[in-house]
Design a protein around this ligand. Structure first.
Ligand code: ARG
Length: 459
């Protein structure tokens, strides 16, 4: 049986399935590279502070690199008795270089070690998520630029509201993603902090140099309180929360795509690579990727809630509950990366069915507000014009056609202020392009928006 690193004060043998329950090695082995980086920096610091000799430091660092290589070559035997990646690495190191390997843990606890690993890991992953968000923003920008004039129905309550530009619609997601990116970037301030040297709870009696390891590891700051350093998991909650906002945004686009690809709408067609067929119904082309992103949003939300619940009421400082900070986070990071990538691919390869969209906006009442505004411009109080147009809409519904199909006589009988120019006013192109306010759906405004959006990408 493997001897435990902390076995000194124990007499009874451990029970295998309890070791299994206690261990985190199944999921925390992905920290191996940051763990070794942290250990090398720690060894360098111990040498610099005259706690390790040069020989000892060199032997330890060489050994650590070999353990790392063994891991990547599938030669490292991982064991639940050694609980986690930190102790598995230490045990392999001691096996390799002998008892001097045991000196590495001087002035360090697994509590500041695991916190250091997690800070390094989350920092790296958050930077990758930021890049994936940027890629998706670029896809959206191109989509908007290349389809600038396509008009589609805009919805409220999922009922046709007013015609809009497809480019305007899709650009709304660009701005959501911009906020997501900003949130992640801002969070780096709170992730990029070194807990190393905090020890188990209270610091250490050795005269170490925390700033040295901070700089070696590329952290921009250090924790000022050792107890905060080992028990802070705020940055994990924050990262999960930021991931969740991205996922919520992606799930909203997904829902739109799912609707847009229905036979009932037919606004876009997803490429074959991002859809699947049915095992029974030969005609089916299902938007599985969009549905999966929508579905996975539930899972990432679960990870956030689980982290919050784990921390609720947890006394200072380290408690084993904190080992539960990993699986949900790792899973959420993989999920958001996969979802961003799939969304980029899906949007990049979809076909916009311009004719369907054009037919759609020519056969609906989404121009009703225009007629109301037209009368207001001729001096009719808005409430009265609303009533007049409402009556005309009802008449059209009963007669089975749309406002633009009414004869001049029919218009006149509703209000003699209506002139021939109404047909032009009611066309979807006019409806869209009369919108000139900043941030509106008019082509000029959308072009301006796209230009500004492009500039934000270089900030
Ligand atoms: N595997 C542990 C975790 O992830 C490492 C820290 C263990 N510390 C301790 N005192 N048991 O939280």
């Amino acid at each position: 049986m493997t001897k435990k690193a902390w076995g000194g004060r124990f007499t009874n043998d451990a029970v295998e399935w309890v070791d299994e329950f206690n261990a985190s090695i199944h999921f925390d082995q992905i920290l191996i590279d940051v763990d070794i980086r942290g250990s090398i920096a720690h060894a360098e610091m111990l040498y610099k502070c005259n706690i390790l000799s040069e020989d000892e430091k060199e032997t330890i660092i060489k050994g650590l690199k070999e353990v790392q290589a063994d891991y990547h070559n599938n030669l490292l035997e991982l064991n639940v008795v050694n609980e986690d990646i930190h102790m598995n690495v230490e045990s392999a190191l001691i096996q390799k270089i002998g008892p001097v390997g045991g000196k590495l843990h001087t002035a360090r606890s697994r509590n500041d070690q695991v916190a250091t690993d997690m800070h390094l890991y989350v920092k790296e992953k958050v930077s990758e998520v930021i890049l994936s968000i940027e890629s998706l923003q670029n896809v959206i920008l191109d989509l908007a630029k290349n389809n600038i004039d396509i008009i589609m129905p805009g919805y409220t309550h999922l009922q046709r509201a007013q015609p809009i530009l497809f480019s305007h619609h899709i650009m709304a997601y660009f701005w959501m993603l911009k906020r997501d990116k900003e949130r992640f970037t801002d969070s780096l301030k709170r992730i990029d902090i070194s807990p190393l040297g905090a020890g188990a709870i209270s610091g250490t009696t050795f005269d170490i140099d925390r700033v040295y390891t901070q700089t070696e590891l590329g952290f921009s700051d250090i924790y000022q309180n050792s107890m905060d350093a080992v028990s802070d998991r705020d940055y994990i909650v924050e990262t999960l929360s930021n991931i969740n906002l991205v996922m919520i945004h992606l799930s909203r686009i997904s829902e739109e795509l799912i609707f847009w690809t229905t036979e009932e709408a037919g606004f876009v067609t997803l490429s074959d690579s991002f859809t699947t067929g049915s095992s029974m119904m030969p005609q089916k082309k299902n938007p599985d990727m969009a549905e999966l992103i929508r579905g996975k949003t539930g899972r990432t939300t679960g990870a956030l809630l689980s982290m919050l619940m784990t921390l609720k009421g947890l006394p200072l400082t380290y408690n084993k509950d904190m080992q539960e900070d990993k699986e949900g986070l790792f899973d959420a990071l993989t999920t958001v990366q996969g979802s961003l990538r799939v969304m980029s691919g899906m949007l990049e390869t979809m076909t916009i069915n311009q004719q369907v969209l054009s037919d759609t906006v020519n056969k609906d009442f989404s121009n009703a507000t225009e007629l109301a505004d037209y009368l207001v411009n001729k001096g009719v109080p808005f409430r009265d014009s609303h009533e007049i147009v409402g009556t005309l809409v009802l008449k059209c519904v009963n007669d089975g056609h749309y406002l633009q199909d009414l004869t001049m006589e029919e218009f006149k009988s509703a209000s003699d202020l209506i002139e021939d120019d109404i047909y032009h006013i009611l066309s979807p192109e006019t409806v869209v392009n009369r919108r000139i306010s900043h941030g509106s759906t008019g082509t000029e405004a959308v072009l301006k928006q796209i230009k500004l959006a492009g500039q934000t990408m270089n900030e």
